[in-house]
Design a protein around this ligand. Structure first.
Ligand code: ADP
Ligand code: MG
Length: 707
């Protein structure tokens, strides 16, 4: 709160103080055990019960001296949220006193009630129970709730027969896969210094803030996270600067506290204003290994909500809270880094690094082109369907932005022509250097779903409310698959440089079609993309089945990331979630139409009617024709709204009765959504006819321009 005082307590003293990070481990663990943990994290050593005991005891000591009384295995079920089961450290000793205890066994494994989390049928097929297992790769942290502190241990959640029941497990498996294959490639290139390659992610989080008092009067925002009615007033855009000044003050106090809370957790955050939509903001963290980035992003979302509430605001993480206003995404920046500090997507200063860069760049290009449908599927949810392709966010077609300079180089290499090198010389892979590429290309093209931004790729499709697990699972796995093929070739090659050259050229010849540097929002591009044979999966129901194509199933199996049963269970759950979301939205719409909009319209209509009657009765003259016209139009819209509401009812009922998750989801998409659109049209038309002070809920103007 406002106890933030960076003068008496420097940021460095606050940063990470609630995180059992490397610094804390070094302080609290015996030197030899600290080394063991590092080796276990690096995958070169197995975790033993003895090590777990020492770590558990140190974690408990660290946590309790800060005031923690409880611990929890913290995990990421397929709901997309987080889950916890709290236990206290307290252990009675028999004489009426207690000691604080935490054993290695308790650190390693927990047993939440698996039946309360979705398993997509896995439970029926396998085992009813599930357990959580300590994820050594992600640091434990202290979560504050009121005055209490709980030690949270990041875990993976699996069934007793080993099936993944969460978002974390496949991400850890896919990190293994891509790290292993990348290392094979490095070895084949003669690199003996790196011992580990890690996929890294820096997810940028977008969100809206609205005043809590307005939020509380909007059942749609409360129950679905988005407005199902509401129109953007033309004059809304021109609110005076005075307002913005006041908002800025309030938001910057919020942001200061948000940063402070995240810093305590060891999450590096720099919050910033986002100019695109009013009341929309963005938070960018410094990147981490993907599994840490996943956990951090969950905490970021949770903390944004929590801190907003403290400031009487509501944070909206939905992809499209307001129709006609830019939505929110989660840009997933991704790269591969070695343990000796090399970024494999960074063009270097010497010929060797450049060759390596071109090879890894080619791997990403090939992976994204080959597996575009599943990459698209990772960004699919009901909210993002409003956003992708809506002239504000990337289209639903996947393409890669490389920038003109790099594209020209790749094209030349593919054609066996000379490409320009660093100093006027021609580029010879492995013998000369790439010209200097502009570092941040991001701002030049915001319309691309997948952009190379100098030393990493930025995947811009993912949904703001979604876990970043799936996008990174798919990036890791598909790129692992391509790297594995490259490694096979390079390991056999007698002339490595020639083989790299061949791989880069062949890859671009075959997969260069995925590269597009133009305006991704233009209709021309969709036509062109279709000509190039690039898939266009316009919505969730169309995109999710990509996971179940034979090629996808084989891919995930090949790299031990997800089995067929695990994948099927996920698709089942995502289809269910989609149908459920639309179902709730439809219900809220009807409720608002019937109990808020209709009564307000009725009241205003009778006011008009009696005014017209009085004017006529008083013989003042001809009843005002404009009032009669308004009344007529209003009643017409009321009737149309009633009819639309009834049509929606029966569409929902029919959709609900469909057997099978995919069919049900498709019915919601094809019949329920059009009815919702129709209903909204009439509700919004009525809003435009009723005086502001008689409208029964806060308007877009309130939500977007007032605080
Ligand atoms: P800016 O856009 O402010 O110049 P950057 O382009 O450096 O910042 O980074 C944008 C986002 O990309 C940040 O969240 C950052 O952590 C992330 N990022 C930077 N480098 C990497 C990397 N090697 N791997 C993954 N994410 C990265
Ligand atoms: Mg960005």
């Amino acid at each position: 709160m406002s106890d933030i005082d960076y003068i008496s307590t420097g940021v460095d003293a606050i940063y990470g103080k609630n995180c059992f990070n490397d610094r804390a481990m070094r302080e609290w663990l015996p030197k030899s055990v600290y080394k063991d943990v590092k080796a276990i994290q690096a995958g070169t050593q197995e975790l033993t019960p003895a090590t777990a005991d020492v770590v558990a005891s140190a974690m408990k000591d660290w946590a309790t001296q800060k005031g923690a009384t409880h611990y929890t295995h913290w995990f990421l079920p397929l709901t997309g949220l987080t889950a916890e089961k709290h236990d206290s450290f307290i252990s009675p000793v028999g004489d009426g006193s207690i000691i604080m205890e935490f054993s290695g066994k308790e650190l390693l494994q927990g047993e939440p009630d698996a039946s309360s989390f979705p398993s997509g049928g896995l439970r029926a097929t396998f085992e009813a129970r599930g357990y959580t297992a300590w994820d050594v790769s992600s640091p434990a942290f202290l979560k504050a709730e009121g005055d209490g502190l709980t030690l949270c241990i990041p875990t993976a959640f699996v069934s007793y027969t080993g099936e993944a029941l969460d978002k974390k497990t496949p991400l850890l498996r896919s990190s293994e896969a891509v790290g292993g294959q990348a290392l094979r490639v490095l070895r084949a290139l003669g690199n003996e210094s790196a011992t580990r390659v890690t996929a890294t992610a820096g997810p940028e989080q977008e969100y809206f803030l609205v005043d809590k008092k307005f939020f509380d009067q909007r059942p749609d925002l409360q129950l679905t996270g988005r407005t199902v009615f509401g129109r953007m007033p033309a004059k809304g855009q021109e609110m005076d600067d005075h307002y913005f000044g006041a908002i800025k003050e309030r938001v910057s106090v919020f942001m200061r506290e948000l940063n402070n809370e995240l810093w305590k957790l060891g999450i590096s955050a720099k919050t910033q204003h986002n100019e695109v939509a009013p009341h929309q903001f963005e938070l960018a963290p410094i990147y981490d290994p993907v599994s840490v980035a996943l956990d951090s992003n969950q905490l970021v979302m949770e903390t944004i909500r929590k801190v907003a509430a403290r400031h009487d605001m509501a944070a909206l993480l939905h992809e499209k809270p307001f129709a006609g206003v830019n939505g929110s995404g989660k840009h997933n920046n991704w790269s591969l880094g070695t343990d000796d500090g090399e970024n494999l997507l960074e063009p270097g200063d010497d010929p060797e690094r450049n060759a390596r860069f071109l090879l890894f760049l080619s791997a990403v290009i090939k992976a994204v082109d080959t597996f575009a449908p599943i990459l698209r599927a990772t960004a699919a949810n009901a909210g993002n369907d409003h956003r992708l392709g809506a002239n504000e966010a990337p289209p639903a077609v996947i393409s890669i932005f490389l920038g003109d300079q790099l594209s020209e180089i790749m094209e030349a290499l593919a054609a066996g022509k000379k490409a320009p090198g660093r100093q006027g010389e021609t580029l010879e892979i492995g013998a000369s250097c790439l010209p200097k590429l502009p570092k941040d290309l991001t701002d030049r093209n915001r319309t691309s779903p997948f952009a190379f931004t100098g030393n990493k790729f930025e995947f811009r499709m993912p949904a703001s409310s979604q876990s970043v697990a799936a996008p990174n699972v798919v990036l890791n796995t598909t790129i692992a698959d391509v790297l594995s093929g490259f490694a096979d070739r390079l390991e056999k090659a007698s002339d490595t440089a020639a083989e790299i050259k061949a791989i880069v050229a062949e890859t671009y010849q075959k997969h260069g079609r995925i590269v597009f540097n133009g305006n991704g929002y233009a209709q021309d591009w969709l036509d062109e993309a279709a000509k190039r044979g690039l898939p266009n999966l316009p919505n969730t129901v169309a995109a999710l089945p990509a996971y179940l194509e034979k090629d996808s199933i084989d891919l995930f199996k090949r790299h031990n990331v997800l089995s067929l049963a695990e994948m099927e269970s996920r698709v089942t759950i995502y289809m269910e979630q989609y149908a459920m979301q639309i179902n709730v939205e439809a219900g809220v719409m009807q409720e608002m139409a019937d109990s808020l909009i209709y009564p307000a319209a009725t009241a205003y209509a009778s006011e008009l009617a009696s005014m017209i009657a009085q004017v006529k009765a008083a013989g003042i003259g001809v009843a005002p024709t404009s009032a009669e016209e308004i009344l007529k139009a209003l009643v017409e819209q009321m009737n149309l709204m009633k009819a639309a509401s009834e049509a929606l009812s029966s569409a929902v009922e029919k959709a609900q009765s469909q057997g099978g998750d995919a069919l049900r989801a498709a019915a919601f998409r094809d019949t329920v959504i059009p009815c919702m659109e129709e209903l909204r049209q009439h509700g919004d038309a009525i809003e435009s006819m009723i005086p502001r002070n008689q409208w029964p809920m806060p308007t877009y103007e309130d939500l977007l321009f007032r605080m």
